[in-house]
Write a protein of this length. Structure first.
Length: 132
């Protein structure tokens, strides 16, 4: 591949320049939009974490502060969780059907404009339900 500056007359050889920028080795994974969902912080009413050994739920009050039962939730921890859900991405896709026998390690339910459910099995996360 050869390139030339618009205002110049010199021509340069650019080895593999176009190939490395536009030909992706893993086409489906590299060109896909990796955003799974985006929930604005102000829309999240509650987040519930469910695992085999414990359940934990935080809920927003009318002022936007989060509580676990009657106890105030740590605002820095809540802020980190809410930020994650504003831009929930994946690094890759698993284009297979989930086996009916899969045992899930935990479930996270996010109540916002609708219910979002994230489930995990051996570190692989799945999102249940329609996202659009």
């Amino acid at each position: 591949t050869f390139i030339k500056k618009p205002e110049g007359n010199e021509i340069f050889l650019a080895s593999d320049f176009l190939r490395s920028n536009f030909v992706k080795e893993n086409m489906l994974n590299d060109w896909r939009d990796k955003l799974i969902f985006s929930i604005p912080k102000g829309n999240i009413k509650s987040v519930e974490f469910i695992s085999g050994s414990e359940n934990y739920k935080i809920e927003a009050d009318s002022t936007g502060r989060y509580f676990s039962g009657k106890d105030s939730a740590n605002s820095q921890v809540v802020e980190g969780i809410l930020n994650m859900f504003q831009n929930f991405n994946t690094q890759s896709f698993k284009d297979t059907v989930i086996s009916e026998n899969v045992k899930f390690d935990y479930t996270v339910k996010i109540n916002a404009d609708r219910l979002y459910t994230v489930i995990s099995s051996n570190g692989v996360k799945f999102v249940k339900g329609k996202l659009w």
